[in-house]
Design a protein around this ligand. Structure first.
Ligand SMILES: Nc1nc2c(ncn2[C@@H]2O[C@H](COP(=O)(O)OP(=O)(O)OP(=O)(O)O)[C@@H](O)[C@H]2O)c(=O)[nH]1
Length: 382
């Protein structure tokens, strides 16, 4: 899918970033969005890249999707071009996460996907011919937090802990327009406290001591995390006559690009304008390297990864199957026993009939003998 960037989104700034050599070739960037259904993941991606990368979902089918109890990973590829600078963008969407009453292990397809990409890349590196490699290693993972105004849910904490050690984790507060500015500020503070207390690793923009301007910008971005987000690709009219991207309400407009309304500009700056190359290089140098080292310690060079057979989700399914099988066997056994009883009763009845017939025959034989004896005596007298 080749999608022309509408109105300019800033990827042309990439050559100004540190690694000019990458910029010359064009960047290869993979971003993953994780969060509950309906938190605005698709909308944000479309807002971020100013183009309809992914179409909106059919909400009438949402309940159907919940029944199959699967967190599917969806891959959207696009090529964005601005001022002849290209970014090969891959968006990994994870619809349906956290939709179910029992969310135990609902994160495993997401975590497995991230690990599998590192694994695939490492295996390709180990081949004698190392040409063009398939590379879907995730450079940035946007984690969507529901704007409840309370604090992080245990499920958020569990998955964020696991993500933080594998990818550049960027937490965002979804649908920030649903909270008042005061509530939003308090919510942010509480989330930051939980992140610190739970030792959740989130992406930290590097601070360059030699470049005060960029250091200040990096500090500003770090201080704003988790970014509050309003997503919308709609143009709306503000009270003072401006046309902006935003969401129209009776009380006014929640503007996507207004720093007083949300942190969308900061997030876009971090992901696209100023830190895309740092996200790519930290993935390579830190997250991939950690994975590679951990794997190297546990198996020999070139040896395939041992597949996890003790996945609790599969275990649960296996136990269920076994239970159902035992119940079925028991029911069949009971049916056979009943049948056997029936057969025994039938056999007894037939035996009795046979006995009766037998004694009737015997009686008839005796009568016949008597008759023959009587007939013999009669003929002798004559
Ligand atoms: N109030 C508000 N609504 C939003 C915002 N972003 C998206 N929405 C709305 O929320 C609904 C769901 O948005 P999507 O972008 O499809 O959500 P999603 O997270 O991709 O949903 P799944 O793909 O089902 O996981 C749509 O009706 C959007 O218009 C936002 O920032 N604020």
């Amino acid at each position: 899918m080749a999608a022309p960037a509408v109105g300019g989104i800033g990827i042309a700034n990439l050559p100004n970033q540190r690694h000019k050599i990458v910029a010359k070739r064009g960047a290869h960037f993979t971003i993953m969005v994780v969060g509950e259904s309906g938190l605005g993941k698709t909308t944000l991606i479309n807002t971020l890249f100013s183009t309809e990368l992914s179409s909106s979902k059919n909400y009438s089918r949402r309940h159907v999707k919940q029944l199959d109890k699967l967190t599917e990973v969806e891959i959207i590829k696009a090529e964005l071009e601005e001022k002849s600078f290209k970014v090969k963008l891959t968006v990994i969407d994870t619809p349906g996460f956290g939709d179910y009453v029992n969310n135990r292990d609902s994160w495993s397809p997401i975590i497995d996907f991230i690990d599998d990409q590192h694994e695939t890349y490492m295996r390709q590196e180990q081949q004698p011919q190392r040409g063009e490699k398939t590379d879907l290693r995730v450079h940035a993972c946007l984690y969507f937090i529901r704007a409840t105004g309370h604090t992080l849910k245990p499920l958020d904490i569990e998955i964020m802990k696991r993500l933080g050690t594998r990818v550049n984790l960027i937490p965002v507060i979804a649908k920030a327009d649903t909270l008042t500015q005061g509530d939003l500020a308090n919510f942010k503070q509480r989330i930051r406290a939980v992140i610190a207390a739970q030792n959740i690793r989130i992406y930290q923009p590097p601070i360059d001591p030699e470049d005060t301007q960029s250091a200040e910008h990096a500090r500003l971005l770090a201080d704003a995390m988790p970014f509050s987000i309003i997503g919308s690709t709609e143009d709306v009219q503000t009270a003072d006559g401006r046309t902006v991207k935003g969401r129209q309400y009776l009380w006014g407009v929640a503007e996507v690009e207004n720093e007083n309304h949300c942190d969308f500009r900061k997030l876009r700056s971090l992901v696209i304008r100023t830190h895309m190359l740092d996200l790519i290089s930290t993935t390579e140098e830190s997250h991939y390297e950690n994975y590679r080292q951990a794997q190297m310690e546990t198996r020999k060079f070139g040896e395939p990864k041992v597949k996890k057979l003790d996945n609790p989700k599969f275990k649960e399914e296996e136990e269920g199957l076994r239970r159902r099988f035992t119940e079925q066997v028991k029911a069949e056994e009971a049916r056979f026993r009943q049948w056997e009883q029936h057969l025994i009763a039938e056999r007894d009845r037939l035996n009795k009939d046979l006995e009766l017939a037998h004694s009737a025959v015997k009686q008839l034989e005796a009568e016949l003998d008597n008759l023959q004896v009587g007939y013999g005596r009669g003929s002798q007298r004559r």
